[in-house]
Design a protein around this ligand. Sequence first.
Ligand code: CA
Ligand code: CA
Length: 431
Amino acid sequence: MIKIIPSLLYALILSLCICSLKSQNATVVGAAKSFQLQPADTIFVSGIGTVYTYYSTFNGTSGDFLIQPKINAPSGEVRPRQGFPGVFESGYAQATSSTALDYGSFTINLPTVDVDSDGNLDFLQLSRPVALTATGSGYSVVAKATFSISFALNRPANNAVGSYTATTQLTGQNPGPPISGKFVVLGYSGKLSYSRSANSNTMSLSVNSIVENINFSGTTTYTISSNGNTLIFPEFILTRASDSVKFTVKPGSLSRSGSTYKGSLSLADGISETTWVDFEEYWVSFTDTNDTDGDGIPNMTDELSTTPAITTHPTNQTATVGNSAGFSVTATGGNLTYQWRKDGTDISGATGATYTITSAATTSGASYAVAVTNSAGSVTSSAATLTVNAAPAPAPTPTSSSGGGGGGAVSPWFVGALGLLLLVRRTRKHV
Ligand SMILES: [Ca+2]
Ligand SMILES: [Ca+2]
């Protein structure tokens, strides 16, 4: 059992490592393709009194003014009309503090200029200033008559809040008194985090509205076109933190340019009164600077590394004590990391495709294998054995018996013996 528990633990750790590219972050900016006309400053009309003017999401019927019940107030929202570029529409109502005076709807023709081709009309682009006039037409339910309407819109660059002035003129009558109020673009900024595996990609968005600082968040899966240039998302839910109202984001896609994905989101607000074309259109931009392989395609949509596969396993080696020995492995899969093991234990610092022992010792004799890992998984090579042989015995030392000459150093024993022999001979001569 003692051996089983660590191996189970190892298997568990391995299975966790196989899961995915770990979560990474990208930034999000967005802007509604609608804008707000906030309630006009009150005006005083002789014989009538103080007059209030409101705007609200057009509900497809010129005969209604829609006060959206779930927010219990006019939205002030002027939305683009589907299929009519540059045409925006809104409902309106005018009342005293006690009496409805008029209500109906109007359209306004606004410039479709998009000089930076980012998909966000310039007059709604937070970074751009606005100073324009526009005209449109409407229908008054109370007067049962059409009217013309002209607007002046002004907003400094990098300010979400600007101003408007509107003047209306019922057909055949004099213009009404001008009214003014705040013109507001609805920008968003925040972040997303994403994680990926071979089977699915997931992203979690969290963005805040710039003017009101209300958070919207949600999670969705996404898929990627084969070239990594299109990020495709299915229907998903964004939840508004302030009141938990859920918005349904319709299926869509974003196109990549460099490290940025741009496109449109269509978002249904779930309010039954606006279901006739219940979409709010948003321009969004995701920027992902993560690019592990440096090919210019962010990790968010780049090809995932494939599970590592070993093409050449390490082979058995023999070395002599003191000599070097080494193993190598080759593998496919991309973004690989290596960890060599000796008898199953990680070798500190042995993290390359080759592992070299510079001076083999008898203790180096062991079984060696390498784990090859990337974001898609991990594989371990077959084991190879290192056999370490003892160093050979040293070469024998030359001696006198090897028979004169040879030029080797004369041993002290030989010199002593020769001296003794000469002494003996000399002694005999003198006897
Ligand atoms: Ca633009
Ligand atoms: Ca890349």
